[in-house]
Design a protein around this ligand. Structure first.
Ligand code: NAD
Length: 255
């Protein structure tokens, strides 16, 4: 018996990286999965892998920053599976610009995907969860929304910090309907995003220095983050809500 037998999960940004690992982890525990991303090839690959585990899966290309696409995605998911029990707001893009270099467009794009996207998806799934008085929502923030070490990308840190507070407000609004809303703050995990737009020298420096930033003195694995999400959406965590849990090996700059 799996921990998520009979459950339906929507995971945004699950074509690759952390979102894909979360989708596979939940599928192994019995959940049926709605895979959302904006890269069609990745959606197709993840969908096939989940079906290979013997679970039903549905891949949808929807940009989480667009309300119409989000509403359509949720409607299609419910039409196929009858309900959505679990939402993981994982889709995100990095900021990577200093104050003086940051254009209005990149500020808006990061806030639109990393923060507004989570709001739009939560708003779209909440009515069904309220009606059934059951739901688990996990927002994927970042240690960069908690600490002060990062010296650029205020669009990203602001979005991720906003997500932590939004979690608490949504938990308060939805808790009376039996819906748990939590947040996780990963840090130092190797995924395609970690190395996006980075030179080979920057990648090597990152690998060499990153472990020194935390207590465990090593980089984290995506499975270590996915297991935390699995715990939070399972009934093992039924009395946990409104929390933000860091999964970062104990980063020094936020201790
Ligand atoms: N990798 C880390 O160390 C780390 C640390 C802290 C937080 N995070 C967060 O974890 C989440 C996953 O990141 P990752 O490292 O797996 O990165 P990733 O780039 O590998 O995955 C992000 C996924 O989101 C998708 N996506 C981007 N914009 C989208 C949109 N508008 N609509 C739908 N999907 C979209 C991408 O196509 C991609 O598949 C992000 O929210 C990120 O901020 C990652």
């Amino acid at each position: 018996m799996g921990k998520l037998d009979g459950k339906v999960a929507l995971i945004t940004g699950s074509g690759r990286g952390l979102g894909k690992e979360i989708a596979l982890t939940m599928a192994r525990e019995g959940a049926e999965i709605i895979i959302d991303d904006i890269i069609p090839g990745d959606i197709e690959k993840t969908t096939k892998e989940i079906e290979g585990l013997g679970r039903r899966a549905m891949g949808i290309a929807a940009d989480v920053s667009r309300k119409g696409e989000v509403q359509d995605m949720v409607a299609r998911g419910i039409a196929k599976f009858g309900k959505i029990d679990i939402l993981v707001n994982n889709a995100g893009i990095p900021g990577r610009a200093s104050l003086l270099e940051m254009s209005e467009e990149i500020w808006d794009r990061v806030l639109d995907i990393d923060l507004k996207g989570a709001f739009l998806c939560t708003q779209a799934v909440a009515p069904g969860m309220i009606q059934r008085r059951y739901g688990k929502i996990v927002n994927v923030s970042s240690v960069e929304g908690m600490g002060g070490s990062i010296k650029s990308s205020a669009n990203y840190t602001a979005a991720k910090a906003g997500m932590i507070q939004m979690t608490k407000t949504h938990a308060r609004e939805l808790g009376g309907y039996g819906i748990n809303v939590n947040c996780i703050a990963p840090g130092g995990i190797i995924t395609p995003m970690t190395y996006l737009n980075r030179s080979e020298a920057e990648i090597q420096q990152h690998i060499a220095t990153r472990p020194k930033l935390n207590c465990l003195e090593r980089i984290g694995k995506i499975s270590e983050v996915a297991n935390l999400v699995l715990f939070l959406v399972s009934d093992d965590a039924s009395y946990i809500t409104a929390q933000n849990i860091a999964c970062d090996g104990g980063r020094f700059d936020r201790m």
